[in-house]
Design a protein. Structure first.
Length: 172
């Protein structure tokens, strides 16, 4: 089933096997050492059903710095919903025709309507490189996007049905 979203919000999210309810939204997500690693949020529209989500501390720092320095948060948007291949289990990889030994890249699980990649990138495509540089995971993709502005051009390398191709997109 293809996921779709009209939201243009992007962020680095943490996933955890926790129940999220009204009582813990906005609360801290801690690691086993008791260190704050994120703030719990409601489930994103296209998140996995049984997972809890948190915005990472690093993401919160980026937002804070943007607000402090410029008064707003503006980021280029590629327009995909993706999942790091390194976080996928064997079943997910098989369902998306990704080799079980593949550990890098971002699998596209949805494309935002009228985004810069709508019609070029499809559900199930694997993003393997950006501007000729290999792409490790979704966090790295967000970091790359944070360094770009709307109107910038990116060259995406995608793998579709085992065939690699390049797509040039103008970010929104």
């Amino acid at each position: 089933m293809e996921a779709a979203s009209d939201s243009i919000w992007i962020s680095n999210l943490l996933e955890a096997d926790v129940t999220v309810g009204e009582n813990n939204i906005g609360g801290g997500m801690l690691n086993l050492s008791g260190e704050l690693i994120g703030v719990i949020i409601p489930k994103p529209v296209n998140g996995q059903m049984d997972m809890g989500y948190a915005v990472s501390v690093n993401e919160m720092k980026n937002v804070y710095n943007d607000l402090k320095n410029t008064g707003s948060v503006t980021r280029a948007n590629l327009g995909i919903i993706g999942r790091s291949v390194s976080k996928m289990n064997a079943y997910e990889k098989s369902a998306n025709n990704i080799s079980l030994d593949q550990t890098s890249g971002v699998c596209v699980s949805g494309v935002q309507k009228e985004s810069c990649v709508d019609g070029f990138i499809l559900h199930g495509d694997l993003l393997s490189a950006v501007d000729g540089k290999s792409l490790l995971n979704e966090d790295e993709l967000h970091t790359i996007l944070y360094g770009h502005a709307a109107g910038d051009t990116m060259i995406l390398t995608i793998v579709r049905s085992g065939t690699e191709q390049q797509v040039s997109v103008i970010l929104k």
